[in-house]
Design a protein around this ligand. Structure first.
Ligand code: ATP
Length: 220
């Protein structure tokens, strides 16, 4: 199967982090930015780096962008450029367009014009940090919809030695333990008899309110 081709437009902190990570994973990455210095920097890392204004439709076409599977628009501050760029990409029939939004309204516009995924990095990272602060056992927190989230949580002292049946998380908190991470091993179908050990990490899905009760409840 041919490898997916990625293009990143806007090589600020967010865009360059995506470009760098994809390159390290061995993918071909085309980086585009209107700032020549940013392009010089990123050219050391990615397959191809080009100075261009992404609101210039001709420039994007001449770069052969229509052949790319995924394009990430990581222009933050200049909301107008971000929207225009997304529109142009949509008209070019790019299969997957991901766009970084600056705020909720920007996000709504992007969804309306056909962005496949709208990302709010600052907002989402803020949510994760807040959950980690209120419950240090929470290692990661990922919103999967308006109502549901997934939490990665270290087994608390109170949980260690008990099995999932005894902990009764499903009944007590209406949440579901999807997996248990133990060292490098991931048990994706934990049995009710599974006894938790120190340093076990639980991956739990549930409604946000229920998860929050559990996060705080486990701290008692
Ligand atoms: P970050 O937080 O990721 O650093 P940011 O939210 O501050 O980014 P900006 O700095 O506004 O976002 O934009 C990121 C990059 O996008 C910048 O390097 C900027 O030069 C580039 N950029 C802005 N407008 C365009 C455009 N029309 N065409 C190409 N690149 C652009």
């Amino acid at each position: 199967m041919p490898r997916k081709q990625y293009a990143i437009i806007g090589i600020g902190r967010f865009g360059s982090s995506i470009a760098k990570t994809l390159s390290e994973m061995g993918f071909d990455v085309l980086a585009i930015d209107s700032d020549e210095h940013r392009i010089q920097e990123v050219s050391k890392i990615v397959t191809q780096a080009v100075t261009a204004d992404s609101t210039d439709e001709e420039a994007l076409r001449s770069l052969g962008l229509r052949n790319f599977d995924v394009v990430v628009v990581a222009i933050g501050e200049d909301i107008q450029s971000s929207i225009l760029t997304t529109l142009i990409l949509k008209e070019m029939d790019i299969p997957t367009i991901l766009v970084k939004a600056q705020n909720e309204l920007h996000g709504k516009v992007l969804t309306r014009i056909g962005a496949d995924k709208v990302i709010f990095p600052e907002r989402d990272m803020g949510v994760r940090v807040a959950h980690h602060l209120t419950s240090p056992n929470v290692l990661d927190y990922i919103e999967i919809s308006e109502e549901y989230s997934i939490v990665e949580m270290k087994a608390s002292e109170a949980m260690i030695g008990s099995n999932l049946k005894e902990l009764d998380i499903r009944v007590r908190y209406s949440c579901n333990v999807m997996a248990i991470k133990r060292g490098n091993q991931m048990n994706i179908a934990p049995s009710p008899d599974e006894r938790l050990k120190p340093d076990d990490i639980l991956v739990i899905v549930g409604q946000k309110n229920d998860l929050l009760k559990m996060e705080l409840g486990l701290e008692e």
